[in-house]
Design a protein around this ligand. Structure first.
Ligand code: SAH
Ligand code: SF4
Length: 405
C-alpha cells in the first residue's frame, strides 16, 4: 500500500511539504476508510448448500467462475444476458444453454434475489420493500413512481444502518450493522423490477417504469464504496440492465476523500447533503462535518469531474423549522455555491417516531426557494412521498442489529 510511508508523526512535526502532505494524508484517510469498512463486510456469496450466487459478480469474475467449472469464458456473456437483461433466475429457462450445462449450472450456482419480507404501497403509490438478505439482515428500498409519466426512481440502500448519526435521520438512529454487498445492492433493483414485471430490460428510448436509481436509502454509500461501485458498474453495463450513469445519482453526506473517486471511476450524478451553511450548525446536525467541514465539501464539489451545466451537482437541503431556513441562510447558501453548476433540492423535514424537529412552514420554504432561484439556481421543493408508510427521505430504518457472535 502506498500509504505505508506516511505516519502521524511526520504529519504533526510538519516536516513535509504542505501540498504533498495533503495528498498523502488523503491517501491515508482513504486506506483508513477502506480498512474500517472491511469490519462490516457482507456475508459470503455462497449459500448453505455450497452454491455460489452469480449476481453481483463482475463480468471478469463471472468468466472466472465459468472457467473454474471447465466452461469457456464466453459463456459468461450468455449468462450475463440472461441474468441482467432477461431477469431470469432459473437456469432451466435459459434456452440458449444446452440442458446438460443448465444442470451443471444449477448444481453449482444460483441467481439470487433478496427476499421481500414486507411490501407496502402508499396512498401516493410509492412502494416500500423490506428486503431480507441471506444472513437475515434487512434493509429498505423504495420505488417512487413519477406522478405524470410511466417512469420512476428506485431509492436503494447501501448499508444496513449507518455509522453517521445525522440528527434528523431515522437511519442514523440505527448503528451500522454491516455493508451491503454488490449482489444485495443490485439485487434491490432487480427484485423491485420483479415486482413491476419489468423484464427484459427496456432498450434505448423505450420508457421504463424503473428509470432512475438514487443511492439515497439507508447508509452512506461512500463508506461502502467498493461494493457500491461494483453494483453500479453492473447496473450500467449495456448488455444488461443498461441504465446510463446520467440516470444514477449518488448521495453523500460529504465523505470528501471519496468524492473525487466517484467522479473519476463511475461518473454518476452527485448529490451532497449540505443542510446547513455554517459549520457550527452543520457540526451539530451532520456530525461528519467535524471531519470534513463545509469548505472542504464544497471544494470537492467544485472539482467533481463531469459536473457541467447539463449535469449539475445537487445540493440537498433539509428544511428544519427555525433552524436552517432563514432568508439569511438562503443568501449564504447562494454565496457558498456561487459559480458552481448546481441545483438545490429543498427537502421539507420528514418526521419519524421520536424525531426532534419540525418541518419548515410552506411559506418559509417558498421564501427560501425564491432567494435561491433568483440567484440562478433551480430550487425545487422535494414533495414528500410515501410518508404514510415511512418511506420518505430519512424515514428508513430496520430492526436489524449487529450480530455480536
Ligand atoms: N447517507 C447519504 C444518503 C442517504 S440519505 C446522505 O446522507 O446523503 C438521503 C437524503 O435524505 C439525504 O440528503 C439526507 O440528509 C436526507 N434526510 C435524512 N433524514 C431526513 C428526514 N428526516 N427528512 C428529510 N430528509 C432527510
Ligand atoms: Fe447516514 Fe445519510 Fe442518514 Fe446521515 S442522512 S445518518 S449519512 S443515512
Amino acid at each position: 500500500m502506498t500509504t505505508g510511508k506516511v505516519t502521524t508523526g511526520q504529519v504533526t512535526t510538519g516536516q513535509v511539504n504542505h501540498g504533498q502532505m495533503n495528498i498523502e494524508l488523503t491517501e491515508t484517510e482513504r486506506a483508513r476508510i477502506l480498512a474500517k469498512s472491511a469490519l462490516f463486510d457482507p456475508p459470503s456469496a455462497t449459500t448453505a448448500d455450497g452454491r455460489r450466487d452469480l449476481v453481483g459478480l463482475s463480468r471478469e469474475q463471472l468468466a472466472a467462475e465459468m472457467v473454474a467449472i471447465g466452461e469457456k469464458p464466453f459463456r459468461a456473456k450468455q449468462i450475463w444476458h440472461w441474468i441482467y437483461h432477461q431477469g431470469e433466475t432459473d437456469f432451466a429457462r435459459m434456452s440458449t444453454i444446452a440442458k446438460p450445462m443448465q444442470e451443471t449450472l444449477a448444481e453449482k450456482f444460483i441467481v439470487g434475489r433478496p427476499v421481500a419480507a414486507e411490501v407496502q404501497t402508499s396512498i401516493d403509490e410509492t412502494r416500500k420493500f423490506l428486503f431480507r438478505f441471506r444472513d437475515g439482515q434487512e434493509a429498505e428500498t423504495v420505488y417512487i413512481p413519477d406522478r405524470q409519466e410511466d417512469r420512476g426512481a428506485v431509492c436503494i440502500s447501501s448499508q444496513v444502518g449507518c455509522t453517521l448519526s445525522c440528527r434528523f435521520c431515522h437511519t442514523g438512529t440505527q448503528t451500522l450493522v454491516r455493508n451491503l454487498g454488490p449482489a444485495e445492492i443490485v439485487g434491490q433493483f432487480m427484485a423491485a423490477r420483479d415486482s413491476y414485471g419489468e423484464w427484459p430490460s427496456p432498450h434505448g428510448e423505450t420508457p421504463r417504469l424503473l428509470s432512475t436509481i438514487v443511492l439515497m436509502g439507508m447508509g452512506e454509500p461512500l463508506y461502502n464504496y467498493a461494493n457500491v461501485a461494483q453494483a453500479m458498474r453492473i447496473v450500467m453495463d449495456n448488455e444488461g440492465i443498461g441504465l446510463s450513469r446520467r440516470r444514477i445519482t449518488l448521495s453523500t453526506s460529504g465523505v470528501v476523500p471519496m468524492m473525487d473517486r466517484v467522479g473519476e471511476e463511475l461518473g454518476v450524478n452527485l448529490a451532497v447533503s449540505l443542510h446547513a451553511v455554517r459549520d457550527d450548525l452543520r457540526d451539530e446536525i451532520v456530525p461528519l462535518n467535524r471531519k470534513y467541514p463545509i469548505k472542504e465539501v464544497l471544494a470537492a464539489c467544485r472539482r467533481y469531474p463531469g459536473a457541467s451545466n447539463s449535469r449539475r451537482i445537487t445540493f440537498e437541503y433539509i428544511m428544519l423549522r427555525g433552524l436552517n431556513d432563514s432568508e439569511a441562510d438562503a443568501h449564504e447558501l447562494v454565496r457558498l455555491i456561487a459559480g458552481m453548476p448546481a441545483k438545490v433540492n429543498l427537502i421539507p423535514f420528514n418526521p419519524w417516531p421520536g424525531s426532534a424537529y419540525e418541518p419548515s412552514t410552506p411559506a418559509q420554504i417558498d421564501r427560501f426557494a425564491k432567494i435561491v432561484m433568483d440567484a440562478g439556481f433551480s430550487s425545487p421543493v422535494r414533495q414528500p412521498r410515501g410518508r404514510d408508510i415511512l418511506a420518505a427521505c430519512g424515514q428508513l430504518r430496520t430492526e436489524s442489529q449487529r450480530n455480536r457472535a
